[in-house]
Design a protein around this ligand. Structure first.
Ligand code: NAD
Ligand code: ZN
Length: 1554
């Protein structure tokens, strides 16, 4: 008995695949399906597997229906028949379910339920369920039948069809699986009604893809059906039960949806049938997927598959356009349809950015992923090349070169200069440029209303013209057909016969179309009206519904047309009812002071009015007369001549337009300036056939008024323009040019002016462009932007009140900015600078290349393929965020900043210099005049603007006091948390003070420097996310810190009392970066330590080591010894530790939240390590608890420490996965380790602050702890710390101590490095050595210290000053491997003197000798803060040379050592051989005992000079000590680790003395 509520027998459609009709489509299919399955796939057991989202909605009903139907069927079969059983199994939703684990789980479940060979498995769900369950079915009992019940759109049109099944592995998606065809696929569209919107949109990507490669008519259905299709899924009509099951109840939306899904499914089935195992044809389905998959690999799960494919389709279509196979029309359609369905079309979209946060797709990464994509064969990438909508270039994917893919994917482009050659002047290019929008719109109306066929050439394809064409088609006005790859539109005009359209005409936001079509619609004859179609409705989007149309409508109403506002008076939507007389005509008055489009609207339709029209324009001044003239001129080309009776009165005769067989749309005149400018700047000839002297567009005068006077040869006809440029470099400046009538073209003119350097003798090469003040309020302030960007090239340019002034330069003297030209999202800036790039040596990077899409989407393709300019794709994407250096002045921000910038291929910007040059003043002067407050405020403003204009590609060094201003601090904090790194450059404050005391060029402080430091230190800390306290100040180490690749360690002291271990402390701390002071492990006479005892011990530790201290108290439940009951006391200790200046404080996150937040408030300078120890050891690294703990720690700490427990090796891999995942969004350093021996690997792999032990300690702080040497050895064995070779270059070197110094150090720290001698006279002999991949660095000595420089890639600022290199380091970065020359000679001297003497502003020094070493001596004394340096050398020339080189160092030359000296030296550095027997007079020592002598000669150990010093009770530093000191510095630069000084010294001295 069937009631109304019972599910009717559905009307279904069958699609065949692999020659069987196994795909079934329809609505409400469940009962049909159950019957079909039981009857046709007989089994004893059916298993439905689905996911947790779907089961609650659908499963119960299906099980019920199954039982009823199964009983029915069994009954019908007779007594002996057995009723099949149904089992269900529900698994979690989401991609992570597609795993080996879940597969095993399902199999175990099936086995436990005694499922055997005659089991049929039904996969009900999306692609995840289908792929996974399909694979289970394929291998269970060597394969059992299975059925697909797709419930997502994606599954319906894609994943359920074709038999591909798969699961994911940690190595990638879908890597394991098989082909296993389902017996049936039931596509029941009803499932879509509960699908989340985003999943529906996701599936639409595949639907659109299929149409794009297979059928233009399907594509058109999709284009026109957006609203209906969305409605069918997202707000389905529910008037009757089981709506849609039967044909009678199916809504139009449902029918459309079904036809669309069927078309997609059918095509996939067709392809699979003809190419089951993915040969060529099936590859077509991969359109958008080659790039889409690569994006997905990075962006999943933030972006869904379809969303990535959508972006991929656009990129792949752009590749097709670039290769010349696809036109812009097709791309624009694809773009629009994807957007209409809600899909993203670019990674730059805000919607996408909101979803993915900080994640980004580096182009190289995408290329890398594509290389290993399994669909790619060999090393050639294949991409489906679309040749038009619905067709592909080949019936398979096409091989595309990497360089093309790279270029298209790159967000920025590099324009390479043309090579100037004599035959360049013979190059002649003819090209058409994008048509004018106004003319395109008019031409469409004219040709549609005309009689006959017209070929429209160079029509602009834009949203506006697209809307216009669709509307004209719907009005039955004309037929349109594209020809010649979209270059020609064939219009078959309908002669003005229009009919009422079936639906309302939707015009989006196309203003011109709405105005022109309003009058056109009054031409519809009343005879076309029917019962259901009575009027025409013109409507648009929300924005359109606010735009005015009132004056036009009023005029038409007065003329007798029936027009009604449907919503708001004066705007769309409007309803036009046809009248018997149509558009009446006759005398018409129109207010024309608002928009010339109203006038053009009436003019265009006037010939078709019932009476000839006399149009009078009223209301004062007519706006935009040129556009009215344009309309009249174009009407004439189509055979209708408008007569101007008097000013503002026009007579339009009756008639029909006669279509010319061909009509070339005039070029957009602004666009036309670009290719002409290319000709001008490169010296080629360029002809544009679609713009000439008769053009009414203002910018059309560019060739004659700008290019000609600049020295180009210009030939124009009425409709064409040819420009031939003079030889490169010989454009002439234009002293004064008013561009008021062509303001948009000023940018093009400006870049030409930048290289217009050919003026008459003695004249300045200045171009002044005026009359362009409106350009300040365009896409950006174009005048300011031009000045700013031109300046980056080295062009002198400035703003004028209503224009710009530019000094022309020789092209060779200009240089493209390393960080690229910023385009401010302005197409004209991008195109203009690409023209400048045609002649700038080394190429010019243009950022945001995408912005040209606004008017010329194919610009880059045209620039390359038509104008012959070479382009490269570049990605200076988000990983190039500028890095900011802050710190006290004198700390080395500039020196290090310049070095780091160079090493990382960035640009260096000194904020102070920037300030001074922007304001054309000095900072001292500014402060003097305006005061400190004004200075800080201005400084903040400038920082802010710099961070927006130089946000990538720079190293920015700030003034020391930047942190004084609260807003600047906020800005820096924000920057370090959300954008790029802010690095605190730290230098010993006493060095800074001494160094600064003699520098008068910078403003003085009010306070003492030390007070300043005390005040600022906290601020520097809170504003920065990195500091170079750990790892010293060499650029190699600093770069490791910036890249976060530097490994750091802290040693956990487990001593009950530190005093007895003091002698071992230097050894215990070898190679570590900090010391953990484990308070709870101290013991005072066997008891818990008292507060006094603890801080007394801390004091002792401080005095014994300069390493930062981590203060840790652990309670018993946290694995320590402190009583759990004494939480408050523990926090009091932590607070006191902060006061005592401990650098790091460890806090367990499970302690009382109020105590923790109280502590954080007081943390001052200290950094908090928020730690969580999973003492239970049962938490899993891939579980939710760890994630929660991590988040909690992230909220509390500056550093996050998570300690788990490993029970097997793989726990360490899970840990690393966890860390890598967290690092994607967390910028704070992470310490993550597993305890126990099984966890040792995690300690080896941990990067930041790995806790270590040392054999000299009584015990390990935790089980599994390793020493630094052990970790290094471990890293080496697992390939993470490759072997390196180091050398000494020079001669003679046989007796050098350097091998002993370095090899001892390497050995102690367990580093797999070795140091050897390489003796040679000829420096070139070292070439093969330094090029060797294992080369790690070298010391350089006489005679190569200077002539080695040409063999290196970069030398540090300090080596440059000293003029010599004694150390080579190797830096690996994305910019490649770089050899850097450095100097540690001065450091050896510096560190030898520093601990021995207090230096103040009166301290003087003496340097003896004038060679290379004496330069190092002078430099060291200067860095120490010595303000007067006496210099003695036998030849006076040398002295003069050195004074000239270091003019600000206070050097006083001595002609003889006996010369009376006013302020005798406290420090003597002697750089002459011990054998020179120079007599040092007693007066030199007259400053009294306690001075310091540094002897650079080291044979014999006690030289004459040292002996004399002994007599005078001066402190002597032996040459060997300086040698060791500079060696230790070298060691630290090479290894990033402090050298084990005590052991090295011991061994070197032993050897030296023997
Ligand atoms: N085998 C193939 O040829 C092929 C082709 C394309 C994609 N795939 C695979 O398909 C998978 C993606 O499939 P998907 O996009 O369908 O995702 P999915 O299976 O994860 O489903 C998406 C979400 O929608 C929910 N859902 C599904 N149907 C629903 C419904 N009717 N009502 C409410 N919620 C519902 C699911 O529970 C899930 O949360 C990927 O693993 C992909 O690799 C396979
Ligand atoms: Zn896909």
């Amino acid at each position: 008995m069937s009631t109304l509520l019972e599910q009717p027998e559905p009307d279904i459609i069958k699609v065949s695949i692999l020659n069987e009709e196994s795909i079934i489509l329809g609505f409400h299919l469940t009962k049909f399906m159950i019957r079909d399955v039981i009857s046709n796939i007989p089994s004893s057991t059916y298993v439905i597997i689905t996911d947790k989202n779907i089961a609650p909605i659908y499963l119960t009903k299906i099980v019920e229906d199954f039982n009823i139907i199964a009983s029915e069927i069994t009954l019908a079969k007779g007594k002996n028949a057995l009723k099949p059983r149904l089992i269900t199994y529900i698994i979690p939703p989401g991609e992570q379910t597609k795993s080996r684990d879940t597969k095993a789980e399902i199999e175990d479940f099936l086995l436990s339920k005694a499922c055997a060979r005659d089991t049929c498995i039904l996969a009900m769900g999306g692609g995840v369920i289908g792929d996974l369950v399909g694979f289970v079915a394929a291998t269970f009992m060597r394969g059992v039948p299975f059925v697909q019940i797709p419930t997502t759109l994606l599954a319906m049109v894609d994943s359920s069809i074709g038999g591909k099944t798969a699961i994911d592995t940690p190595h990638g998606k879908n890597l394991i699986g098989s082909f296993w065809q389902p017996k049936r696929i039931y596509i029941d569209l009803i499932f879509l009604e509960t699908l989340p919107e985003r999943e529906f949109i996701n599936g639409m990507a595949e639907v659109i893809k299929t149409a794009a490669i297979s059928s233009e008519s399907d594509f058109i259905i999709l284009e026109n059906g957006v609203e209906k299709i969305r409605e069918a899924v997202l707000n389905p009509k529910r008037d009757v039960p089981f709506q849609g099951a039967k044909l009678e109840t199916r809504t139009p939306s449902q029918s459309l949806l079904l036809s669309v899904i069927m078309a997609s499914a059918q095509f996939k089935a067709y392809v699979v049938t003809h190419d089951e195992r993915e040969g060529g044809l099936r590859g077509l389905l991969n359109f958008g997927h080659t790039i889409g998959h690569a994006i997905e690999a990075i962006m999943y799960p933030e972006l869904l598959h379809g969303e990535c494919v959508s972006i991929g389709m656009i990129k792949e279509a752009e590749i097709a356009r670039h290769l010349g196979y696809l036109n812009q029309v097709a791309i624009s359609r694809l773009y629009k349809i994807l957007q209409d369905y809600g899909l993203p079309v670019s990674l730059e979209e805000k919607k996408v950015k909101d979803l993915v946060g900080k994640k980004f797709c580096a182009v190289d990464k995408l290329m890398e992923i594509m290389k290993v994509d399994k669909k790619i064969q060999g090393d050639q990438k294949r991409i489906v090349i679309l040749s038009s909508i619905g067709n592909t270039y080949e019936k398979k994917a096409t091989v595309v070169s990497d360089s093309v893919i790279h270029k298209i994917l790159s967000p920025a482009i590099k324009v390479l200069p043309v090579t100037s050659s004599p035959n360049i002047s013979s190059i002649h290019i003819t090209m058409t440029t994008p048509g004018s929008k106004s003319i395109s719109n008019r031409a469409l109306i004219l040709a549609a209303l005309g009689v006959g066929t017209c070929k429209l050439k160079s029509l602009l394809y834009s949203d506006d013209t697209q809307v216009m064409m669709v509307a004209l088609q719907n009005l039955g006005a004309a037929k349109f057909e594209w020809e010649n790859n979209g270059e020609v539109l064939i219009v078959t005009g309908g002669g003005g016969n229009l009919q009422i359209p079936d639906n309302e005409l939707y015009l989006g936001n196309a203003g011109t179309a709405s105005r022109f079509l309003t009058t056109v619609c009054t031409l519809i004859s009343a005879e076309t009206a029917t019962q259901t179609k009575m009027h025409t409705i013109l409507t648009g989007n929300a924005r359109m519904k606010q735009r005015p149309i009132g004056p036009l409508v009023t005029t038409l109403q007065e003329n007798g047309s029936q027009i009604r506002y449907v919503e708001n008076e004066g705007s769309l939507p409007i309803e036009i009812t046809p009248s018997q007389t149509k558009f009446k005509g006759g005398k018409i008055n129109l207010a024309a002071s608002i928009s010339s489009q109203y006038v053009s609207s009436i003019l265009l339709s006037a010939p078709y009015a019932s009476e000839p029209v006399t149009l009078s324009l009223t209301g004062g001044k007519v706006v935009s007369q040129p556009y009215i003239d344009m309309t009249i001129a174009m009407m004439k080309s189509f055979g209708i001549e408008v007569k101007r009776l008097e000013d503002n009165v026009y007579y339009i005769p009756q008639g029909k337009y006669t279509n010319p067989s061909e009509y070339v749309i005039e070029s957009d005149a602004s666009s036309a300036t670009y290719p002409l400018a290319v000709a001008a700047i490169t010296g080629i000839t360029c002809t544009l056939p679609n713009i000439g002297a008769s053009s009414l567009q203002g910018d059309a005068a560019f060739a004659v008024k700008v290019l000609k006077p600049m020295g180009c040869t210009v030939t124009q006809t009425e409709t064409s323009t040819t420009v031939k440029g003079p030889p490169i470099g010989s454009l002439r400046p234009l002293p004064n040019i008013d561009m008021e009538t062509m303001t948009d073209a000023f940018l093009t003119a400006s870049v030409l002016a930048a290289v217009a350097s050919n003026s008459d003798e003695g004249e300045e090469c200045i171009t002044r462009i005026t009359g362009i003040s409106n350009q300040r309020v365009k896409e950006c302030n174009r005048i300011a932007a031009m000045v700013h960007e031109l300046t980056k090239f080295g062009v002198v340019a400035s703003e004028l009140p209503d224009g710009i002034q530019i000094h022309g330069s020789k092209t060779q003297s200009l240089k493209g900015p390393a960080s690229g030209v910023k385009c401010y999202d302005d197409h004209r800036i991008a195109m203009s600078f690409s023209i400048l790039g045609c002649v700038i040596p080394d190429g010019t990077i243009i950022l945001e290349k995408k912005c040209v899409e606004k008017t010329w989407p194919g610009w880059w393709d045209d620039l390359e393929s038509k104008l012959g300019i070479n382009l490269l794709g570049v990605d200076i994407g988000s990983d190039q965020e500028s890095i900011i250096f802050i710190g006290m002045r004198g700390a080395g921000k500039t020196t290090l900043g310049k070095d780091v910038a160079k090493a990382l291929n960035r640009e260096f910007l000194d904020l102070d210099h920037h300030f001074e040059s922007l304001l054309s003043t000095t900072i001292s002067k500014f402060i003097e005049e305006e005061g400190w407050d004004a200075f800080r405020a201005k400084e903040f403003e400038i920082l802010k603007s710099v961070l927006s204009t130089h946000s990538s590609g720079h190293i920015i060094a700030c003034g020391g006091g930047i942190v004084e201003h609260p807003s600047s601090r906020d800005l820096l904090k924000q920057y370090s948390q959300n954008h790029g790194d802010v690095v605190h450059i730290v230098r010993d404050i006493n060095d800074v003070i001494r160094y600064l005391n003699k520098d008068n060029s910078r403003p003085s402080f009010d306070d003492e420097l030390l007070n300043v430091w005390n005040k600022r230190e906290i601020w520097y800390n809170e504003c920065s996310n990195l500091d170079n306290k750990i790892g010293g100040s060499s650029i190699d180490n600093l770069i490791e810190i910036i890249r976060k690749t530097k490994r750091t360690f802290f040693v956990s002291l487990t001593l009950p009392d530190i005093t007895p271990a003091l002698k071992d402390l230097p050894t215990i701390t070898h190679g570590v970066d900090a010391i953990e002071f484990r308070v709870d492990l101290l013991s005072e006479n066997g008891n818990l330590p008292s507060v006094e005892y603890i801080f007394n011990q801390l004091e002792i530790l401080r005095r014994a080591s300069s390493l930062p201290i981590i203060f840790t108290v652990r309670s018993q439940s946290q694995g320590g010894k402190y009583p759990d009951t004494q939480e408050k006391e523990m926090f009091l200790l932590l607070e006191q530790a902060i006061k005592s200046g401990c650098e790091y404080i460890d806090v367990e996150i499970l302690m009382s939240p109020s105590l923790i937040s109280n502590l954080i408030e007081k943390k001052g300078n200290a950094k908090i390590i928020a730690s969580w120890h999973d003492i239970s050891g049962i938490t899993k690294w891939d579980g939710e608890e760890v994630r929660q703990r991590f988040r909690a720690a992230q909220n509390i700490g500056d550093i996050i420490k998570i300690v788990g427990r490993a029970s097997c090796l793989s726990d360490n891999f899970k840990l690393r996965n966890f860390v890598e995942l967290q690092q994607q969004h967390c910028k704070k350093p992470i310490i993550a380790i597993n305890m126990e021996t099984e966890g040792q690997l995690s300690r080896i792999l941990n990067q930041y602050f790995t806790p270590v032990t040392h054999p000299l300690l009584p015990s390990k702080a935790a089980s599994g702890q390793l020493s630094v040497a052990e970790i290094h050895k471990g890293l080496h064995l697992i390939g993470q710390l490759p072997k390196k070779k180091f050398y000494l270059f020079g001669t003679p070197i046989a007796h050098s101590m350097s091998p002993t110094i370095h090899n001892t150090g390497f050995d102690v720290l367990g580093l797999p490095y070795h140091y050897d001698l390489f003796e040679s006279e000829d420096v070139k002999a070292v070439k093969p050595i330094i090029e060797d991949i294992e080369f790690g660095g070298a010391s350089v000595t006489i005679p190569h210290k200077i002539n080695i420089i040409p063999l290196l890639d970069q030398i540090t600022e300090q080596s440059k000053l000293i003029g010599a290199v004694n150390t080579i380091t190797v830096m690996e970065s994305e910019a490649g491997r770089k050899l850097i020359g450095d100097n540690t000679d001065w450091l050896g001297i510096f560190y030898s003197i520093k601990p021995l003497i207090e230096i103040d502003s009166k301290t003087t020094g003496l340097v003896i000798g004038g060679g290379g070493t004496s330069r190092a001596g002078i430099f060291a004394l200067h860095q120490l803060g010595v303000s007067t340096i006496y210099l003695y050398n036998r030849t006076q020339d040398k002295i003069k040379e050195l004074i000239d080189q270091f003019p600000t160092y206070g050097i006083i030359g001595l002609s003889s050592l006996s010369e009376p000296i006013q302020n005798p030296p406290r420090i003597i550095v002697s750089t002459i051989p011990a054998t020179s027997n120079l007599e040092i007079p007693n007066e030199i020592f007259s400053s009294g005992k306690g001075g310091v002598i540094v002897e650079m000669a080291y044979k014999p150990r006690r030289t004459q000079l040292l002996k004399k010093g002994d007599e005078k009770e001066w402190i002597g530093v032996e040459g060997v000590q300086v040698l060791i000191e500079q060696g230790l510095c070298q060691f630290e630069k090479w290894t990033g680790r402090k050298a084990p000084r005590n052991i090295i010294e011991e061994i070197v001295y032993k050897k030296y003395d023997s």
